[in-house]
Design a protein around this ligand. Structure first.
Ligand SMILES: [Fe+2]
Length: 272
């Protein structure tokens, strides 16, 4: 009897392992194909950054607070292009709901490669990389293609959409930075939505202005933060980008990152 059970378990494990390996190879080929086409797509995207804020001042504030905000970051026409792309992709976003922790919708890095080339162009632009590096005080680069949170569009469009207090855990060897660009932030009665980016400080909780076209750079592993719930009729869309000083990782950290990503993309994030 036991021999039979062990035999069946062995066959099931071997089949599951074969399916997983073949799926991972297929995913690897898909991501590599998208990455190969990316440079052509990115080169076609004009990057129009308007902000001229003094980089040294920003770097000093960042070294102190680990968070800075830049107003009017893009030209209005470039911001509008990004916003239009994001809104057109709302039907492709993955809804997520984890009671008491998170509710909202996310457009994955893979779908941004396919359907949102202006967003892709900004993330992979030398201009943005230089700005983030100057603020952080070290050379950073986009996080790996397999990390679906490297670049995503976060959409809060229903009452109660939010993400509760958390750190952006760092799964890489080098320091890791989160960059949020507000593409839309409005309520049905005018003004910004009730959904606010908040950070916790020793002096209390602070709200960070994320009006449209505000760029926020922060070290999420050090700054406890949340997005408070949106109200009925609110629309809040953030382009979320991550950069890292050294993207090497380990198998345990890679697995932990995938577990984290299930909160955004469901259980598939474990093997995709
Ligand atoms: Fe976060």
């Amino acid at each position: 009897m036991w021999l039979w059970i062990v035999g069946v378990a062995t066959v099931i494990s071997a089949v599951a392992l074969t399916v997983l390996v073949r799926h991972r190879r297929h995913r690897g080929r898909t991501l590599m194909g998208l990455a190969e086409q990316r440079s052509e797509w990115v080169q076609k995207q004009p990057i129009e950054i308007a902000a001229t804020t003094d980089r040294e001042v920003l770097a000093r504030v960042f070294a102190r607070d680990r968070l800075i905000r830049i107003d009017n970051f893009l030209t209005p026409s470039f911001l509008q292009r990004l916003r239009t792309e994001a809104e057109e992709n709302i039907p492709r976003m993955v809804p997520s709901y984890i009671p008491t922790h998170k509710k909202g919708n996310t457009l994955s890095y893979e779908n941004i490669h396919r359907y949102a080339h202006s967003c892709l162009g900004l993330y992979h632009s030398a201009e943005l990389k230089d700005r983030v590096s100057a603020v952080a005080g070290l050379n950073v680069a986009p996080t790996p293609d397999r990390d679906q949170s490297s670049l995503s569009v976060l959409c809060y469009k229903e009452a109660g959409d939010h993400i509760n207090w958390h750190y952006d855990h760092n799964f890489y060897r080098g320091r890791h930075f989160t960059v949020l660009l507000s593409l839309a932030n409005q309520s049905s009665s005018g003004g910004v939505s009730q959904g606010q980016l908040m950070k916790r400080t020793p002096l209390g909780d602070e709200s960070i202005d994320t009006s449209p076209n505000v760029l926020v750079i922060f070290e999420g592993a050090k700054v406890l933060h949340k997005a408070s719930p949106t109200a009925e009729g609110d629309l809040r869309i953030m382009l979320s980008m991550t950069f890292c000083a050294d993207t090497r990782t380990s198998w345990p950290k890679e697995f932990a990152r995938r577990v984290k990503d299930t909160a955004f993309y469901g259980i598939r994030a474990l093997w995709d």
